[in-house]
Design a protein around this ligand. Structure first.
Ligand code: PEP
Ligand code: MG
Length: 608
């Protein structure tokens, strides 16, 4: 049957380049294989003369794809085209979203006692006696067979993944689930699983994928727990700093009911799943050689500075306590004032809005004290399947309920963001090709439906619509006329809607006077503006532009000097602690930032 299927369908293929410095590692691979499995066609990947099944985590990982490697994705069978398009889109997104933490910048310190340097996992300060991570294993009677225990573990990982789906760490559980499913096919007993994991771990030692060893151990431990194994950990009753070779990701939850103040791990990496989860729970942690740290003695962990003070003097302790207190107070203070407006020391009020991408992030923004939505990235609705008018209307209506002041941006795909059903001819320079407002020319039907949905959802609400990537006044005029024509065709009153542009293309810097005549507002997108000012792709793996370059500020000054309509800024620069005072001093009065940056942005404004 399979043979017939493949005999009569031609294989389709595409080249995919790994752009993340982390390589194509476990978490993105798990997301990729999960999607691949949803198609009936065969999905394979070929690299260095090796062809593997791309529906399985282990086989795909065995290609050891690193940054700059290009592999061929091949699909063959009934839904081959659909699979190829969807997998390509997902792969590009995974690469783009895979943020690498190379190292966390250390602050200077001047402690008197002996110091051990380390790499920062999570910033913070802890002062407490050390304790070594110690587990006691107890085997209970259990009626489950090995296969049943594996099934139960897979189910439990799946449940954890689903319950945390909104959370960026959820992929860790999906990755472990996929890994265990792949191992399950090869093992019939616990002994076989142990042997296989031992072998795989040995092969991974010293390679770029060595962080996966911890996931293997975690999986093994979880299967054993399903088989009746109890892992007892003895933590002191008093406050303590935990020393361990490494922790398994699943063991981090064991710490939640303890008095742990800080953690020092010997054998982990800054990007391991353990480190990612430690950052999520916020326990001050460091990677350092635990062998050099005395046991059961009070030490000082300052992971702002990336140091352990092994023999802290009274003065060191006092210094650390002050720092600890200051940090705690600062966070508590800015959090407590997050619902208050932010004014500078001169009494100038600055609005702090949120950049959101869907209803969940809009709700978080509300909780974090946002005063409105400065940028609703509408791309979230446009996934592998085209959203219907009804789905779009429902989603916008829900988000429009959250705040009184909302700016929604029309679809901004193209460039690095592809959509399977949006056919853009191959371009040599996609970032300079069809993207943003240029889609009005090439795909008017998609924009017509989107605007129609926004119009229905905004009835009775004062909202703003902005067009991305506008480069000429004519482009704006055409897009606005297009919107007005749709409103007329659908007989919807849009007199309550303001129309504006994102300032992202340098040509606009020289056209502000002309734009003043036609737009209702501006929003500065420094992410793209910087990319186009310096002609450096924002996703380029090697080339980086200084976001704080005087060139960027002089472009902003030019806008502020010449614009006569309200201006806000929604690029990443708006939340940059080294830029906020400069932006405010330039005269910007609305900063739109990610929800989690709202409290601290407001607090910083209060000191300008
Ligand atoms: C920008 O370019 O600064 C911006 C906010 O838009 P995006 O990052 O969505 O392109
Ligand atoms: Mg942009």
């Amino acid at each position: 049957m399979q043979l017939f299927k493949n005999l009569f369908s031609k294989p389709l293929s595409t080249q995919l380049k790994v752009t993340s410095s982390n390589g194509f590692h476990l978490r993105p691979v798990a997301r990729f294989t999960t999607l691949a499995k949803s198609f009936t066609c065969d999905v394979t990947a070929s690299f260095n003369n090796k062809i593997v099944d791309a529906k399985k985590v282990n086989t795909l990982l065995s290609l050891s794809l690193e940054k700059e490697n290009t592999f061929t994705l091949i699909t063959q069978g009934k839904d081959a085209q659909k699979a190829l398009d969807a997998l390509q889109t997902l792969f590009e997104k995974l690469m783009k979203d895979d943020i690498e933490v190379t190292s966390i910048k250390k602050e200077t310190s001047n402690y008197i006692g002996d110091i051990l340097e380390g790499d920062i996992i999570t910033k913070g300060v802890a002062i407490a006696p050390t304790t070594m991570y110690n587990t006691e294993i107890i085997q209970h009677e259990n009626n489950l067979t090995f296969k049943e225990a594996v099934k139960q573990t897979i189910q439990s990982l799946e449940e954890t993944y689903k319950s945390q789906k909104e959370n960026s760490n959820a992929d860790i559980y999906l990755a472990q689930k996929e890994l265990l499913s792949a191992l399950d096919e090869k093992c019939g007993s616990l002994e076989e699983l142990e042997t296989l994991i031992k072998k795989e771990s040995h092969n991974l030692e010293g390679t770029k994928l060595s962080a996966k060893i911890t996931d293997y151990q975690d999986i093994l431990q979880q299967v054993k727990i399903s088989l009746g194994l109890e892992v007892k950990v003895h933590f002191p009753e008093h406050a303590f700093i935990l020393l361990a070779d490494d922790l398994l990701p699943s063991e981090i939850t064991l710490l939640s009911n303890t008095r742990v103040q800080g953690i020092v791990l010997k054998n982990t990496s800054i990007n391991s799943h353990t480190s990612i989860l430690l950052r999520a729970v916020g326990i001050p942690s460091l990677i350092a050689n635990t062998k050099n740290i005395p046991l059961n003695k009070e030490i000082l962990l300052d992971s702002f500075a990336g140091v352990v003070v092994l023999t802290p003097s009274n003065e060191d302790i006092q210094k650390a306590r002050n720092l600890q207190e200051k940090t705690k107070e600062q966070k508590k203070y800015s959090d407590s004032k997050r619902f208050e407006s932010a004014s500078t020391t001169q009494g100038k009020q600055i609005k702090v809005f949120a950049n959101v991408g869907d209803i969940e992030s809009a709700k978080v923004a509300k909780d974090e004290g946002a005063e409105g939505i400065g940028l609703l990235r509408s791309e979230f609705l446009f996934k592998s399947v085209k959203p219907t008018l009804e789905a779009q209307t429902k989603a916008y209506a829900e988000i429009f309920e959250t705040f009184d002041d909302i700016t929604v941006r029309t679809l901004d795909v193209g460039g690095d963001k592809a959509l399977p059903y949006l056919h853009i001819p191959l371009e040599d320079n996609p970032f300079l090709g069809i993207r943003g407002v240029r889609l009005f020319r090439t795909h008017p039907e998609i924009l017509e439906e989107q605007l129609h949905a926004i119009f229905i959802a905004s009835q009775g609400k004062q909202i703003k619509i902005m067009f991305p990537m506008v480069s000429t006044v004519e482009e704006f005029n055409k897009a606005k006329s297009f919107a007005q024509a749709i409103a007329q065709k659908q007989n919807i009153d849009i007199s309550h809607i303001d129309f504006g542009i994102m300032i992202e293309v340098p040509s606009v810097l020289f056209l502000i006077e002309a734009f003043n005549e036609v737009v209702d507002f501006y929003s500065i997108g420094t992410n793209d503006l910087t990319q186009y000012l310096f002609a450096v792709e924002r996703t380029h793996p090697l080339l980086k532009v200084d976001q704080l370059s005087p060139v960027v500020f002089s472009a902003l000054k030019n806008i502020v000097t010449h614009a006569t309509k309200p201006i806000s800024i929604c690029g990443e620069l708006a939340a940059n602690s080294d830029a906020i005072d400069k932006l405010v001093n330039l005269g910007l009065t609305t900063l739109s930032v990610s929800p989690k940056s709202i409290a601290q942005t407001k607090e910083q404004i209060r000191h300008v």
